[in-house]
Design a protein around this ligand. Structure first.
Ligand SMILES: Cc1cc2nc3c(=O)[nH]c(=O)nc-3n(C[C@H](O)[C@H](O)[C@H](O)COP(=O)(O)O)c2cc1C
Length: 230
Protein backbone atom coordinates (compact mmCIF):
# COMPACT_ATOMS: atom_id res chain seq x y z
CA UNK A 1 0.00 0.00 0.00
CA UNK A 2 1.15 3.50 -0.74
CA UNK A 3 -0.46 6.92 -0.74
CA UNK A 4 1.72 8.28 -3.51
CA UNK A 5 2.67 9.22 -6.09
CA UNK A 6 2.31 12.89 -5.23
CA UNK A 7 3.61 14.11 -8.57
CA UNK A 8 0.43 16.09 -9.25
CA UNK A 9 1.35 18.35 -6.30
CA UNK A 10 4.42 19.68 -8.09
CA UNK A 11 4.88 23.46 -7.92
CA UNK A 12 7.59 25.62 -9.35
CA UNK A 13 9.48 27.74 -6.82
CA UNK A 14 9.52 31.40 -7.67
CA UNK A 15 11.70 32.95 -5.05
CA UNK A 16 13.88 36.01 -5.47
CA UNK A 17 17.02 33.88 -5.38
CA UNK A 18 20.44 34.73 -4.07
CA UNK A 19 23.25 36.39 -5.99
CA UNK A 20 26.91 36.48 -5.04
CA UNK A 21 26.66 40.28 -4.95
CA UNK A 22 23.85 39.99 -2.42
CA UNK A 23 25.84 37.67 -0.19
CA UNK A 24 28.34 39.16 2.25
CA UNK A 25 31.69 37.46 3.01
CA UNK A 26 30.28 36.35 6.40
CA UNK A 27 26.71 35.04 6.72
CA UNK A 28 25.55 37.00 9.78
CA UNK A 29 23.64 39.91 8.24
CA UNK A 30 21.84 37.76 5.70
CA UNK A 31 20.99 35.14 8.30
CA UNK A 32 19.52 37.84 10.51
CA UNK A 33 17.61 39.32 7.55
CA UNK A 34 16.09 36.00 6.56
CA UNK A 35 14.95 35.06 10.05
CA UNK A 36 13.61 38.56 10.61
CA UNK A 37 11.80 38.46 7.25
CA UNK A 38 10.13 35.13 8.10
CA UNK A 39 8.91 36.46 11.46
CA UNK A 40 7.68 39.70 9.85
CA UNK A 41 5.93 37.86 7.04
CA UNK A 42 4.02 35.70 9.53
CA UNK A 43 2.94 38.82 11.39
CA UNK A 44 1.89 40.59 8.18
CA UNK A 45 0.50 37.81 5.99
CA UNK A 46 0.12 34.81 8.29
CA UNK A 47 1.49 32.31 5.78
CA UNK A 48 4.68 31.37 7.65
CA UNK A 49 3.35 29.69 10.80
CA UNK A 50 5.91 29.10 13.56
CA UNK A 51 8.64 30.88 11.59
CA UNK A 52 11.16 29.98 14.29
CA UNK A 53 10.53 26.24 14.17
CA UNK A 54 13.84 24.54 13.59
CA UNK A 55 14.67 20.93 12.83
CA UNK A 56 17.53 19.66 14.98
CA UNK A 57 19.48 16.59 13.90
CA UNK A 58 21.67 14.57 16.25
CA UNK A 59 23.13 11.07 16.08
CA UNK A 60 22.78 8.14 18.43
CA UNK A 61 25.82 6.12 19.57
CA UNK A 62 25.45 3.81 16.52
CA UNK A 63 25.66 6.82 14.22
CA UNK A 64 21.97 6.59 13.33
CA UNK A 65 20.61 10.11 12.78
CA UNK A 66 17.64 11.46 14.71
CA UNK A 67 15.69 14.65 14.02
CA UNK A 68 12.97 16.66 15.74
CA UNK A 69 11.58 20.18 15.71
CA UNK A 70 12.28 22.80 18.37
CA UNK A 71 11.83 26.56 18.59
CA UNK A 72 14.78 28.81 17.83
CA UNK A 73 14.98 31.03 20.91
CA UNK A 74 18.24 32.89 20.43
CA UNK A 75 20.75 33.56 17.68
CA UNK A 76 24.12 35.11 18.40
CA UNK A 77 27.41 35.33 16.55
CA UNK A 78 28.16 31.67 17.36
CA UNK A 79 24.87 30.24 16.15
CA UNK A 80 21.26 29.37 17.06
CA UNK A 81 20.10 28.20 20.52
CA UNK A 82 17.06 26.35 21.82
CA UNK A 83 15.74 25.10 25.16
CA UNK A 84 14.90 21.53 26.03
CA UNK A 85 15.42 18.71 28.50
CA UNK A 86 19.08 17.76 28.78
CA UNK A 87 18.02 14.23 29.81
CA UNK A 88 15.82 13.80 26.71
CA UNK A 89 16.85 11.59 23.80
CA UNK A 90 18.46 14.58 22.07
CA UNK A 91 20.21 15.57 25.31
CA UNK A 92 21.69 12.10 25.75
CA UNK A 93 22.72 11.97 22.10
CA UNK A 94 24.42 15.36 22.35
CA UNK A 95 26.24 14.34 25.53
CA UNK A 96 27.77 11.41 23.65
CA UNK A 97 28.30 13.24 20.36
CA UNK A 98 27.93 17.03 20.22
CA UNK A 99 27.80 17.04 16.42
CA UNK A 100 24.54 18.72 15.41
CA UNK A 101 22.78 20.13 12.37
CA UNK A 102 19.73 22.39 12.14
CA UNK A 103 17.39 23.54 9.40
CA UNK A 104 14.76 26.25 9.26
CA UNK A 105 12.41 26.08 6.27
CA UNK A 106 9.93 28.69 5.08
CA UNK A 107 8.19 27.14 2.06
CA UNK A 108 5.96 30.18 1.45
CA UNK A 109 9.12 32.22 0.94
CA UNK A 110 11.00 29.54 -1.02
CA UNK A 111 13.76 29.77 1.56
CA UNK A 112 15.64 27.42 3.83
CA UNK A 113 18.65 27.76 6.12
CA UNK A 114 20.94 24.92 7.21
CA UNK A 115 23.72 24.99 9.75
CA UNK A 116 26.15 22.37 11.02
CA UNK A 117 28.57 22.36 13.89
CA UNK A 118 28.85 21.32 17.50
CA UNK A 119 26.44 21.79 20.39
CA UNK A 120 27.40 23.59 23.57
CA UNK A 121 25.20 23.54 26.67
CA UNK A 122 23.77 26.97 27.47
CA UNK A 123 25.03 28.63 30.66
CA UNK A 124 22.80 28.05 33.70
CA UNK A 125 22.08 31.75 34.16
CA UNK A 126 20.72 32.03 30.60
CA UNK A 127 18.60 28.90 31.08
CA UNK A 128 17.17 30.30 34.32
CA UNK A 129 16.37 33.66 32.73
CA UNK A 130 14.55 32.00 29.87
CA UNK A 131 12.67 29.59 32.12
CA UNK A 132 11.40 32.50 34.22
CA UNK A 133 10.03 34.14 31.06
CA UNK A 134 7.80 31.15 30.24
CA UNK A 135 4.10 31.08 31.19
CA UNK A 136 3.33 29.36 34.51
CA UNK A 137 1.64 26.39 32.78
CA UNK A 138 4.69 25.66 30.64
CA UNK A 139 6.97 25.89 33.68
CA UNK A 140 4.76 23.46 35.62
CA UNK A 141 4.61 21.18 32.59
CA UNK A 142 8.40 20.96 32.52
CA UNK A 143 8.26 19.42 36.01
CA UNK A 144 5.52 16.97 35.03
CA UNK A 145 7.27 15.49 31.99
CA UNK A 146 10.41 13.37 31.83
CA UNK A 147 10.88 14.17 28.15
CA UNK A 148 11.43 11.19 25.85
CA UNK A 149 10.59 8.62 28.54
CA UNK A 150 7.60 6.27 28.11
CA UNK A 151 4.38 7.00 30.02
CA UNK A 152 1.56 4.44 30.37
CA UNK A 153 -1.23 6.80 29.27
CA UNK A 154 -2.40 10.42 29.00
CA UNK A 155 -4.07 10.25 32.43
CA UNK A 156 -0.69 9.56 34.12
CA UNK A 157 0.74 12.64 32.45
CA UNK A 158 -2.19 14.80 33.54
CA UNK A 159 -1.94 13.51 37.11
CA UNK A 160 1.76 14.42 37.13
CA UNK A 161 0.83 17.88 35.85
CA UNK A 162 -1.79 18.38 38.58
CA UNK A 163 0.70 17.30 41.23
CA UNK A 164 3.30 19.76 39.94
CA UNK A 165 0.67 22.51 39.80
CA UNK A 166 -0.24 21.87 43.46
CA UNK A 167 3.41 21.80 44.45
CA UNK A 168 4.20 25.08 42.68
CA UNK A 169 1.02 27.21 42.74
CA UNK A 170 0.71 30.21 40.42
CA UNK A 171 1.56 33.28 42.50
CA UNK A 172 2.08 35.54 39.50
CA UNK A 173 5.82 35.57 40.17
CA UNK A 174 8.35 34.24 37.64
CA UNK A 175 10.02 32.50 40.58
CA UNK A 176 7.03 30.41 41.69
CA UNK A 177 8.25 27.39 39.72
CA UNK A 178 11.94 26.45 40.07
CA UNK A 179 13.93 25.35 37.02
CA UNK A 180 13.75 21.53 36.98
CA UNK A 181 16.89 19.47 37.19
CA UNK A 182 17.76 18.39 33.70
CA UNK A 183 16.12 21.35 31.98
CA UNK A 184 18.46 23.41 29.85
CA UNK A 185 19.39 24.31 26.34
CA UNK A 186 21.98 24.08 23.62
CA UNK A 187 23.66 26.37 21.16
CA UNK A 188 24.90 25.20 17.81
CA UNK A 189 28.36 26.69 17.31
CA UNK A 190 28.19 26.82 13.53
CA UNK A 191 30.98 25.72 11.21
CA UNK A 192 28.88 25.73 8.09
CA UNK A 193 25.89 27.81 7.02
CA UNK A 194 23.83 27.33 3.89
CA UNK A 195 21.14 29.65 2.55
CA UNK A 196 18.91 27.97 0.00
CA UNK A 197 16.60 29.95 -2.27
CA UNK A 198 14.09 28.08 -4.42
CA UNK A 199 13.89 29.13 -8.06
CA UNK A 200 12.19 28.11 -11.29
CA UNK A 201 12.81 24.71 -12.89
CA UNK A 202 14.56 23.48 -9.74
CA UNK A 203 17.54 25.71 -10.57
CA UNK A 204 17.79 26.86 -6.99
CA UNK A 205 20.47 29.05 -5.45
CA UNK A 206 22.63 27.55 -2.70
CA UNK A 207 25.23 29.73 -1.06
CA UNK A 208 27.39 28.13 1.61
CA UNK A 209 29.77 29.66 4.13
CA UNK A 210 32.38 27.18 5.42
CA UNK A 211 34.44 27.97 8.45
CA UNK A 212 38.13 28.46 7.61
CA UNK A 213 39.26 30.16 10.82
CA UNK A 214 38.17 31.38 14.22
CA UNK A 215 35.56 34.11 14.59
CA UNK A 216 31.85 34.76 14.75
CA UNK A 217 29.25 34.54 12.02
CA UNK A 218 30.02 38.19 11.24
CA UNK A 219 33.80 37.76 10.79
CA UNK A 220 34.71 37.76 7.07
CA UNK A 221 38.12 36.14 7.69
CA UNK A 222 36.44 33.16 9.38
CA UNK A 223 34.45 32.08 6.33
CA UNK A 224 34.93 30.84 2.80
CA UNK A 225 31.88 31.42 0.62
CA UNK A 226 30.92 29.14 -2.26
CA UNK A 227 27.96 28.26 -4.44
CA UNK A 228 26.66 24.71 -4.68
CA UNK A 229 24.69 23.22 -7.53
CA UNK A 230 21.06 22.71 -6.67
C1 LIG B 1 6.72 23.42 16.35
C2 LIG B 1 7.38 22.59 17.43
C3 LIG B 1 8.15 23.23 18.38
C4 LIG B 1 8.78 22.50 19.39
N1 LIG B 1 9.61 23.15 20.25
C5 LIG B 1 10.31 22.44 21.16
C6 LIG B 1 11.31 23.07 21.95
O1 LIG B 1 11.59 24.28 21.82
N2 LIG B 1 11.97 22.30 22.85
C7 LIG B 1 11.73 20.97 23.00
O2 LIG B 1 12.36 20.33 23.85
N3 LIG B 1 10.82 20.33 22.24
C8 LIG B 1 10.11 21.03 21.32
N4 LIG B 1 9.19 20.39 20.51
C9 LIG B 1 9.01 18.93 20.68
C10 LIG B 1 10.16 18.19 19.97
O3 LIG B 1 9.89 18.14 18.57
C11 LIG B 1 10.38 16.75 20.48
O4 LIG B 1 9.17 16.03 20.47
C12 LIG B 1 10.93 16.74 21.90
O5 LIG B 1 11.92 17.75 22.10
C13 LIG B 1 11.54 15.38 22.23
O6 LIG B 1 12.59 15.09 21.33
P1 LIG B 1 13.67 13.95 21.63
O7 LIG B 1 12.91 12.78 22.21
O8 LIG B 1 14.29 13.63 20.32
O9 LIG B 1 14.67 14.51 22.62
C14 LIG B 1 8.56 21.09 19.49
C15 LIG B 1 7.77 20.47 18.53
C16 LIG B 1 7.20 21.20 17.51
C17 LIG B 1 6.40 20.48 16.46
Amino acid sequence: MSIGPFSALRVDYEGEGLSEEGCPAAPWTLLQDWIGAAVARQQERGDVPEPLSMSVATSDPDGLPDVRTVLLRDLDLRGPAFYTSTTSAKGEQLAANPGMAVALTWPAMFRSVRMRGYAEALPRAQVEDYFRSRPWGARVGAHASAQSRPVPDRATLETAYRESAERFPDTGSPDDVPVPEGWGGYRLVADRVELWAGRRSRLHDRIVWERVGPGGLDEPAAWHRLRLQP
